[in-house]
Design a protein around this ligand. Structure first.
Ligand code: G6P
Length: 499
């Protein structure tokens, strides 16, 4: 059973006003669809609209159970606590988080509703996999009600250092919620470490490597619960495994798109429509303040201002898909980005050669693949990002072993994609130097880097990710050596540009 805030489907209106659903092309669905079909899986989530009641239904062989949210709950649980408290807090307080008790009430209420929906359909010993920051209380709710369940949790976004996390007035309840799981998965080694530190600081529980030991009181100790054992001091404990599982993409699907003649033709057409500049740079993000879009625009604007690049020679395409538009910080960011784009275009554009092509729209996967193929340089300059799948999509699409990836060291993907041009997006001079390096990079170096990047992405796809998570979750022994990590050892800081 999967429990996530959103169902993996988009609602499209059918003929005669009937509800018609189309599975959204996300990697998570692609990875889990076969497993879910094989095992009679159920997916529990919110259909993305307030106040509409849908019966459970089937899409592509998966049983979907919609959870209903009222307009007030969308405001307080989704826009409020999830996206105006937890999101900024977990992304290094780039934007100040708001703490409102009314939002917290709604978060608890809605988490309970998701847990109840799961409990209503969970078979004995069912495997329940809960996803992301919107549902951190669900694991404990499930465990308290049904100790027989095998409960996994995966956090798709970063987990912050304790100095930041400790701002949260409900820091203890959230940690307790997560500790209800048998396995708590994170994107990076650092996230899992931050979580273990929060557990130690708040509870004093012992942590050893990836294992957290929770002392059990008597009634719990006698229950037949998974992962319980007696520690060296003779106390009954339950162990929780907290470790990284870096998420990935359906790499084969992107390779296939790259081989499609229609998509290749579209890529050529995009370049022609841009006026066949020597270099096309591309950014693709949800319009979110964590993505470093303003930093990227500043660096590009300065390169134009310095006269080292011209808009006939180099253009930037920035796709910024609309996101969480009713949250103030997002509305404000949109204004700032749009003012900056217009300034740069006003100052440096020429007739027939806009410096920046800004698209506040979302695109289907085919068009994204064509854009990736058309782009000589891909800019991923997030100030903080759990993983960043755009970086991996770009790499998987470049079957021609060409194209340069500029990647922020603050994105989870930087732990794996070491052959990208790694940047600190706060360092504008460094970012400019990386852009110039990318623009001027000889073909041999581009191919060498891209080959290495592709080896990693193709061998570590989302299918492998979900299989690794589920294998770990069902393994009886938390100390099994098979739980060892598969993440490259790396230096702490990337060699900085201009350092
Ligand atoms: C991030 C989160 C997801 C979320 C997605 C889109 O990737 O980790 O949980 O679904 O953003 O955001 P939205 O608010 O539209 O669901």
């Amino acid at each position: 059973m999967i429990v996530s805030n959103r169902l993996p489907v988009d609602h499209v209106s059918g003929e005669g006003g009937d509800a018609v659903w189309r599975t959204s092309p996300g990697g998570l669905v692609a990875a889990l669809e076969p497993v879910m079909r094989e095992r009679d899986g159920v997916w529990i989530g919110w259909p993305g609209m307030p106040d509409v009641e849908f019966e459970p239904f089937e899409a592509d062989g998966i049983e979907l159970v919609p959870v209903q949210l009222s307009a007030d709950e969308v405001e307080d649980y989704y826009e409020g606590f999830s996206n105006d408290t937890l999101w900024p807090l977990y992304h290094d307080v780039i934007s100040p988080p708001s703490y409102h008790r009314q939002w917290w009430e709604a978060y608890q209420r809605v988490n309970r509703r998701f847990a109840d929906a799961a409990l209503a359909v969970a078979a004995p010993n069912a495997i329940v996999w809960v996803h992301d920051y919107q549902l951190q209380l669900v694991p404990k709710m499930l465990r308290d009600a049904r100790p027989d369940l095998i409960i996994g949790f995966f956090n798709h976004i970063p987990f912050p250092p304790y100095g930041i996390y400790s701002q949260l007035p409900w820091r203890r309840q959230i940690v307790d919620g997560l500790l209800g799981a048998d396995v708590v998965g994170f994107q990076r080694v650092a996230d899992a470490g931050n979580f273990a530190r929060a557990v130690r600081r708040l509870h004093g529980y012992e942590t050893r490597g990836n294992l957290i030991s929770i002392p059990l009181d008597e009634p719990q100790a006698s229950a037949d619960m998974r992962h319980t054992t007696t520690n060296r001091r003779g106390h009954r404990i339950r162990t929780v495994l907290a470790r990284p599982f870096p998420i990935s993409i359906d790499a084969q699907a992107y390779q296939k798109l790259a081989a499609d003649p229609a998509i290749r033709a579209r890529a050529a057409e995009i370049r022609a429509e841009l006026g066949n500049p020597r270099v096309v740079m591309l950014g693709v993000d949800r319009l979110d303040y964590t993505k470093g879009i303003r930093h990227r625009l500043k660096a590009f604007g300065e390169l134009l201002d310095d006269g080292v690049v011209s808009p006939e020679e180099v253009c930037l395409v920035q796709v910024a898909s609309p996101s969480r538009e009713r949250v103030d910080a997002y509305a404000q960011l949109r204004d700032e980005v749009e003012i900056t784009v217009s300034r740069i275009n006003g100052d440096y554009g020429q007739i027939g050669h806009a410096a920046i092509h800004y698209l506040h729209q979302g695109y289907p996967r085919n068009e994204m693949a064509a854009l990736y193929l058309a782009a000589d340089v891909m800019l991923v300059t997030a100030l903080r990002d759990g993983m960043n799948l755009v970086a991996k999509e770009y790499v998987a699409t470049r079957t021609d072993h060409d194209g340069v990836l500029i990647l922020s060291e603050f994105a989870g993907a930087a732990d794996e994609l070491r052959q990208a041009l790694l940047v600190n997006p706060h360092d504008i001079d460094g970012l400019k130097a990386a852009m110039l390096h990318a623009i001027q990079m000889p073909q041999r170096e581009r191919a060498r880097r891209m080959r290495a990047l592709r080896r990693r992405v193709l061998s570590h796809d989302v299918q492998r990710w979900s299989a690794t998570f589920l294998d770990t979750l069902v393994r009886e022994d938390h100390n099994d050596p098979a739980n060892q990590l598969d993440i490259p050892k790396r230096p702490l800081a990337a060699p900085g540009y201009g350092e």
